[in-house]
Design a protein around this ligand. Structure first.
Ligand SMILES: [Cu+2]
Length: 413
């Protein structure tokens, strides 16, 4: 059988290591495909609730266009805020390119103040590093700047402003810059997800994140969405899954997976050598870093995937409430006269709040939310689901898992 070049490229992509070896000494497949205007043989990244940025070829350079601008952003149905982002969204669109590419990023500033973009983790010439005042002038409102460099590495990187950075990042300005390898020496992933971890201070009844808050955040998000506004990862049983996590918030976030364990395979400084990788069920993503994990989704079901700091899987809540768990609140209601605004609740814990359906202040999400097949899920914030299925016709949400008979915890007393 005579194979066309496109067949060869596909074969290289499908057979992973063998394909990569077959290509040694030739133009690497990703570059060859790109030069031929064909899809590169890597799995595109899925930025759930987000998107990747289209690019154009101009004289052998991959050209991306980013516009820094105010955006009206929905964290979950029922809550919107005035954020700042790129191309109408927060996080900004994911930039995807291939090691060896020459890239040009045209950055237009439509913010009311100057900005710049720093390419976090990318090895660029000093003048392309995007630190306002240090390596370039700040980009004034209305101006467009061009950044141009050659990608000399692969991995998971970030972009963010280095100009009034505290304000601009607190309002949502950040995004992924993902560089695919020319040819991976390992089996490629079947699915490649990316989540930006972020925390916000949007005081109840207000509509703009407060950049002055240093520690007491009340909204925790995956790709700037809070559960139940987060899309699930829908995967077929047996697929090799990669999850890229990036953190530009003020806290570390240990992201925990249920029903599986994963290997930590890379940081924003590059791949971890195979012999040095380690297994985890929670990977802490420190501030200002990325972490990549990989696993085989071999356990069907609906599995929680969430930050393990329990306050980060809650939506807006007050943290200054007196602790009255175990206290007879009938006897302390007169505290309300002494402590105006004090809410006597939570004698038996706080779960009842998930069911109370209390009307909150304007523009807030319920503290714990999400209705599951067995009752309220009582989660919010940095929480989503990994849905592993034997049979899938598409990657649309397949609904709740149908448990085989006899495999669900049951009441026996
Ligand atoms: Cu967290």
């Amino acid at each position: 059988m005579k194979m066309t070049r496109r067949d060869l490229l596909s074969a290289a992509a499908l057979s992973g290591a063998a394909g990569a070896l077959a290509w040694m000494g030739r133009t690497p497949p990703a570059r060859a495909a790109a030069l031929a205007g064909e899809p590169a043989p890597h799995v595109p990244v899925e930025t759930l609730n987000g998107t990747s940025l289209p690019w154009t070829w101009e004289d052998g350079v991959k050209v991306f266009r980013l516009t820094a601008e105010p955006v009206e952003h929905e964290f979950a149905p029922g809550m919107k805020a005035h954020c700042w982002g790129y191309n109408g969204r927060t996080p900004g669109p994911t930039l995807e390119a291939v090691e060896g590419d020459r890239v040009r990023i045209l950055v237009t500033n439509r913010l009311p103040e100057p900005t710049t973009i720093h390419w976090h983790g990318l090895l660029v010439p000093n003048g392309m590093d995007g630190v306002g005042g240090l390596t370039q002038p700040h980009i004034a409102p209305g101006e467009t700047y061009a950044y141009e460099f050659t990608l000399r590495q692969h991995g998971t990187f970030m972009y963010h402003p280095h100009s009034d950075e505290m304000v601009q990042m607190a309002l949502g300005m950040m995004g992924f810059f993902i560089v695919h390898p020319q040819a991976s020496p390992e089996p490629p992933a079947d699915r490649d997800f990316a989540f930006f971890l972020m925390e916000w201070a949007v005081e109840p009844g207000t509509f703009t994140p407060n950049p002055n808050v240093m520690t007491d955040f009340n909204l925790f998000t995956l790709n700037s969405r809070a559960y139940p506004g987060t899309a699930p990862m829908v995967v077929r049983k047996g697929q090799r899954v990669r999850i890229r996590l990036a953190n530009l918030s003020m806290d570390s976030h240990p992201l925990h997976i249920h029903g599986h364990n994963y290997w930590v395979t890379a940081t924003d400084a590059g791949p971890i050598p195979p012999g040095a990788r380690w297994p985890e069920t929670s990977v802490s993503v420190p501030v200002g870093t990325t972490r990549t994990v990989e696993f085989t989704a071999d356990n069907p079901g609906d599995w929680a995937f969430h930050c393990h700091k329990a306050h980060h899987t809650m939506n807006a809540m007050r943290h200054d409430l007196p602790n009255l768990i175990g206290v007879d609140q009938g006897a302390v209601r007169n505290l309300q006269r002494l402590l105006p605004g004090y809410m006597p609740m939570g004698k038996d814990g706080m779960a009842e709040m998930a069911e109370m359906g209390m009307p909150g202040p304007a523009n807030t999400l319920p503290m714990m939310a999400g209705e599951g097949p067995f009752g309220p899920i009582q989660m919010g914030g940095m929480f989503t689901l990994l849905k592993v299925r034997e049979n899938l016709e598409s990657y649309a949400d397949p609904g709740w898992y149908a448990h085989p008979p006899g495999t669900v915890a049951r009441k026996v007393g």
